[in-house]
Design a protein around this ligand. Structure first.
Ligand code: SAH
Ligand code: SF4
Length: 356
């Protein structure tokens, strides 16, 4: 069977080719010029194009469904080659700005939220992705391909950089090898040129894998899905906490190499009457002592049959204020895409017949 060329890092592709410098041109064709066929690669010798065509495909996932939110974010259901589906979300961060003559003075900025697995093994109580169980890891090309498909669908120029967050379906650190390859493919200067500093890996807290990711020294940013400040509650919400408790996660974060100018992000899902009180905020301040952290408060996004409720705005604001008053940077995740149920897993669920 032909291999998907998107799965190959530049180093790997070079090993497949002679002469190896052709790998740069192939990357440019695929990632910068949006080539779909080797035949288009006019600066490669014809024999090489034919040989490539015999051995490889260029196969990003295909679009099965799109939901457009009022705030501009778009949620994609993408189909992989074996028919499984995953979700990705395009989040516009800044609008394009033009001067009076209509000339673009500031380009629009985008973030793409990518999936790393079909399903997830971690089984968090609040997460729809967890409900379907685990199916399989995504390959590096299936991760990178999500961004190619979305950029193309939105006519985002191929050479325009976007930010990447590994916050879609799946646990990235449970698929570390392929995620690390995706980071490198995204970052390649002949490809999309997305620096690892524009790529954020979010994890439910697999402490040994955080350590391993740190040792790989990729230069990526780290986000921790914390969601609770005591082990008892965290264990209820996230069974992974039995294996790696809060302390072990915090320890792993403290050892993680990070750019001096950057911060580790802590995601805190706010659930009504469960973790949205000031006592929890107090504990959070203590926990984060000595870490260059930034907290992102996320409203729990309910779905039919979900065991939890969305917190009141006032409580979230109070929680945020407490953190700010104690010197911790804290943002509230805008309800981006709320009307299309932006928490990953929710579009896929609907396709399977669950009306939201
Ligand atoms: N597995 C990784 C990354 C993907 S999860 C992790 O857990 O960090 C993506 C994010 O969506 C996580 O921060 C998770 O807490 C959040 N999420 C899951 N279900 C949600 C829901 N119902 N409402 C709001 N956020 C949710
Ligand atoms: Fe997996 Fe993340 Fe969902 Fe937990 S929140 S089940 S780790 S995808």
């Amino acid at each position: 069977m032909k291999r998907n060329i998107l799965d190959l890092t530049k180093e790997e592709l070079k090993k497949e080719l002679s002469p190896s410098f052709r790998a740069n041109q192939i990357y440019q064709w695929i990632y910068q010029k949006g080539a779909k066929e080797f035949e288009q690669m006019s600066n490669l010798p014809k024999t090489m194009r034919q040989e490539l065509d015999e051995r490889f495909t260029i196969a990003p996932p295909t679009i099965r469904n799109i939901e457009q939110s009022r705030d501009g974010s778009k949620k994609y259901l993408l189909e992989l080659q074996d028919g499984h589906t995953v979700e990705s979300v395009l989040l516009p961060m800044k609008k394009e700005e033009r001067d009076e003559s209509g000339k673009v003075i500031k380009e629009a900025r985008y973030t793409v939220c990518v999936s790393t697995q079909v399903g997830c093994k971690v089984g968090c109580a609040f997460c729809l992705t967890a409900k379907g169980g685990f199916v399989r890891n995504l390959t590096p090309g299936e991760i990178v391909g999500q961004v190619l498909a979305i950029k193309e669908d939105n006519h985002i120029p191929a050479n325009r950089r976007v930010n990447i967050v590994y916050m879609g379906m799946g646990e990235p650190l449970d698929n570390l090898e392929n995620v690390a390859k995706a980071v490198k493919i995204f970052a390649d200067e002949h490809g999309l040129s997305i620096s690892p500093r524009r790529q954020t890996i979010s994890t439910s807290g697999l402490a040994p894998k955080i350590k391993k990711l740190g040792e790989m020294n990729l230069g990526v940013l780290l986000a921790i899905s914390l969601h609770a400040v005591d082990d008892e509650l965290r264990q209820r919400l996230m069974p992974i906490n039995k294996a790696y408790n809060i302390e072990s996660v915090i320890q792993a974060v403290k050892e993680f190499p990070i750019d001096q100018r950057k911060r580790v992000m802590f995601e805190y899902l706010m659930i009504k009457d469960l973790n949205d009180d000031i006592k929890s905020a107090k504990k959070l301040v203590k926990l984060l002592h000595g870490i260059k952290a930034k907290v992102n408060l996320i409203y729990f996004n309910p779905y039919p049959g979900s065991p939890f409720q969305r917190p009141e705005e006032e409580r979230v604001k109070m929680f945020q204020q407490y953190l700010l008053d104690h010197g911790i940077l804290c943002t509230i995740r805008e309800s981006k895409g709320l009307d299309i149920s932006a928490a990953c897993g929710q579009l896929k669920e609907r396709e399977h017949g669950c009306a939201i």
